[in-house]
Write a protein that binds this ligand. Structure first.
Ligand SMILES: Nc1ncnc2c1ncn2[C@@H]1O[C@H](COP(=O)(O)OP(=O)(O)OP(=O)(O)O)[C@@H](O)[C@H]1O
Ligand SMILES: [Mg+2]
Length: 297
């Protein structure tokens, strides 16, 4: 389902203030039908994590299997290295000067602290012994620098890792580096990463996903991929409600709630509710007019 309407018409308020609370907030915020749902998940464009130790690989749960793959390789076994040695979060194999981060904060008096490459490991994050234990010619630091797309090729023979990375690529995140800290992701990137992880979890719960302009920042070609991801969520028995202006998302939804007619005091009213086809055919208001223009009718 898509919620549309001009800026200030009340979309975010309806979806993230009212709907998101479900039936827990009492009679003045009544939401009916919650019995058909097991949980409500709001996926807003806010940072996923403030921890600079979390990165794309750890969040998508591919980091543990990647470390296991390194530890199982002959290069690690002959050096007596376990999966733990390939962790940058626990002491053992990591560089202790930078505690596995590859950078150290240097204080420049008067200026904000800047991150400089670690003087001990020179940004490589691990001891030489760990870096020498390669997998298919790559060190663990090399793998952290791979993009999701590159890593998908590199781990093609590891089905579980490749499947996860393939899903990230499907939602338009193929260019992210595995070692990229979550703190540096854009709002849209974070939102898609979160959704991809929901799909990976593969829970059988009936979840209501609330999304805030999920296609913002997506290349038109990636919008198609993103719609495929939403279809998969719905096919798995979930419901998706998106605040969205993109006409492809609007047209792909089963139902449209159009708010308006304007913003602020001129907003907050239901202008239209129905299928996208009905909205285009006989909807009134700015959204319907826009949709007709886009579709050339
Ligand atoms: N706490 C508040 N006090 C007063 N006005 C508020 C408050 N919260 C929201 N509003 C007003 O309510 C209206 C609806 O806000 P809302 O954020 O739901 O709009 P929106 O449709 O999501 O807009 P946009 O597309 O710009 O995100 C706006 O005019 C906003 O200024
Ligand atoms: Mg809004």
């Amino acid at each position: 389902m898509t919620v549309t309407g001009p800026s200030g018409s009340g979309k975010s308020t309806l979806v993230f203030d009212v709907l998101a609370q479900g039936d827990a907030a009492g009679p003045e915020n009544a939401v009916s039908g919650c019995g058909h749902l097991d949980r409500i998940v709001a996926v807003e464009q806010t940072p996923i994590a403030r921890m600079k130790r979390s990165n794309v690989a750890t969040y998508a749960d591919v980091w543990a299997p990647i470390r296991a793959a390194f530890a199982a390789a002959p290069e690690a076994r002959s050096r007596g290295l376990s999966a733990r040695a390939f962790s940058f979060n626990t002491p053992g194999g990591r560089c202790e000067t930078c505690e596995g981060m590859g950078t150290v904060a240097s204080n420049l008096l008067f200026f904000k602290d800047v991150q400089a490459p670690c003087p001990t490991c020179h940004g490589r994050r691990f001891h030489d012994k760990v870096l020498e234990a390669t997998l298919d010619g790559r060190s663990i630091a090399d793998v952290l620098a791979l993009s999701v797309d590159e890593a998908q090729d590199a781990f093609a023979s590891h089905p579980k890792i490749a499947r996860t990375l393939g899903l990230l690529a499907d939602v338009g995140l193929g260019y992210l580096e595995l070692g990229q800290p979550l703190t540096t992701l854009s709002g849209g990137e974070g939102q898609r990463l979160k959704l991809a992880r929901e799909l990976l979890g593969g829970g059988r719960e009936r979840t209501l996903y609330l999304l805030d302009e999920p296609t913002r920042g997506l290349h038109p070609q990636d919008v198609e991929h993103f719609l495929a991801l939403l279809d998969r969520l719905v096919d798995a028995g979930n419901t998706v409600v998106a605040v969205e202006h993109d006409h492809r998302v609007l047209c792909a939804s089963d139902w449209v709630i159009d708010l308006g007619p304007g913003g602020g005091y001129a907003g907050g009213r239901l202008v239209f509710a129905g299928t996208p086809a009905a909205l285009a055919a006989h909807g009134t208001g700015v959204t319907a007019a826009c949709l007709r223009r886009t579709l050339g009718r």
